[in-house]
Design a protein around this ligand. Structure first.
Ligand code: AVJ
Length: 328
């Protein structure tokens, strides 16, 4: 019989109001991208993944399907596969299918309901797999729970979806160094990253014809109105996605069409005409530079699997001697 366990590390709740007030008091104004994903935001994101223009998800799944044996070859026998974020299970199934080296699956997610239902389905599909679902914030996690001998096996973290790309360089370094510390010297990391490409392709991917990405972006204003008694007028803001060459990232903005005052839970904010709220950055990587970057986090690149257009990469990383870890 395989094991099914749920461990609740009781992650701290979001501070939506404080974060919104703080972000909108900044110059330029910002909002944390994690707040894009309430239930309608998550549904809109699922629709984005189906769009013609949004190549990321489809390309990553293709790479995983094509290279699952190559990835298996890079894992040790008796691996516990730890997934950061447990969204749709399509990607993880590509790794778990027909892979005798993985003996345990450890999804980590901050949203309890989604985590448990996804984990149960996986446990149901893979009868010989131990499943240990952990409700936690993987960005602040300092050790894995003792259940299920996660660390007695060979730990490997799976972090797909180019989610790393939402972090700026110092945040990404903190996260990867955290992975390195959690995993120890035997650790592996399988990471999905989006690659630098023609800015026109990028801008189309983040500004689709049907306007789904625009709706996804504006949904954060709807959420503020609903949950924080805000009075944003949706007609007064437009969605813009542009490639920032200096930082090699796509930025999503909401641009005020006219000067206005917006009140959120009794506090008012002024917008000048044309003023922007920066809602998300999505970094695009160059593989050579990425390889250097991960070295400074204590990892070396074992392999990078890409698609024929070289749009996206699934990278297999291996912990390298602690000597390489820069402590800033
Ligand atoms: C889920 C963060 C990877 O940055 O491409 C999609 C989110 N934003 N369209 C990305 C997103 C606009 C997505 N990530």
């Amino acid at each position: 019989m395989s094991l099914f366990n749920f461990v609740d590390l009781d992650p701290p709740q979001d501070r939506f109001l404080e974060d919104v007030w703080q972000g909108l008091s900044r110059k330029p104004k910002t909002l944390p991208p994690k707040y894009l994903y309430d239930s309608s935001g998550s549904q809109l994101f699922e629709r984005i993944c189906q769009l013609e223009e949004y190549y990321l998800t489809k390309t990553e799944i293709e790479i995983l399907a094509r290279h699952h044996k190559d990835i298996e070859d890079l894992l040790e026998p008796d691996t516990s596969l730890i997934e950061y974020g447990s969204g749709s299970s399509v990607k993880i199934r590509k790794l778990l299918d027909d892979n005798p080296k993985i003996s345990a699956y450890v999804p980590i997610d901050i949203s309890k309901q989604q985590l448990v239902s996804a984990a149960r389905e996986i446990a149901h599909s893979y009868q010989n797999l131990d499943v240990i679902a952990v409700c936690a914030d993987y960005t602040t996690m300092i050790r894995f729970p003792d259940f299920g001998k996660i660390m007695d096996r060979n730990p490997a973290i799976f972090f797909p979806g180019s989610t790393l790309g939402n972090l700026d360089e110092s945040e990404a370094r903190t996260l990867l160094q955290g992975c390195r510390q959690l995993l120890g010297d035997r650790g592996r990391l399988i990471l999905g990253i989006d690659l630098v490409k023609d800015p026109a392709v990028l801008e189309r991917a983040y500004s689709d014809k049907k306007g789904v990405t625009a709706a996804f972006n504006k949904n954060i204003l709807i959420r503020i109105n609903r949950e924080l008694s805000g009075n944003f007028d949706l007609h007064n803001f437009s969605h813009v996605a542009r490639f920032n060459d200096r930082f090699q990232r796509i930025e999503m903005h909401l641009i005020a069409a006219r000067p206005q005052e917006v009140t959120i839970h009794g506090r008012s904010f002024h917008f000048a005409k044309g003023e922007s709220i920066h809602t998300e950055s999505s970094y695009k990587y160059d593989l050579k530079r990425f390889e250097q970057f991960i070295l400074s986090c204590g990892f070396e690149l074992s392999a990078a699997f890409t698609d024929p257009r070289r749009y996206f990469a699934v990278c297999a990383l291996k912990a390298c001697p602690a000597v390489n870890i820069k402590t800033a």
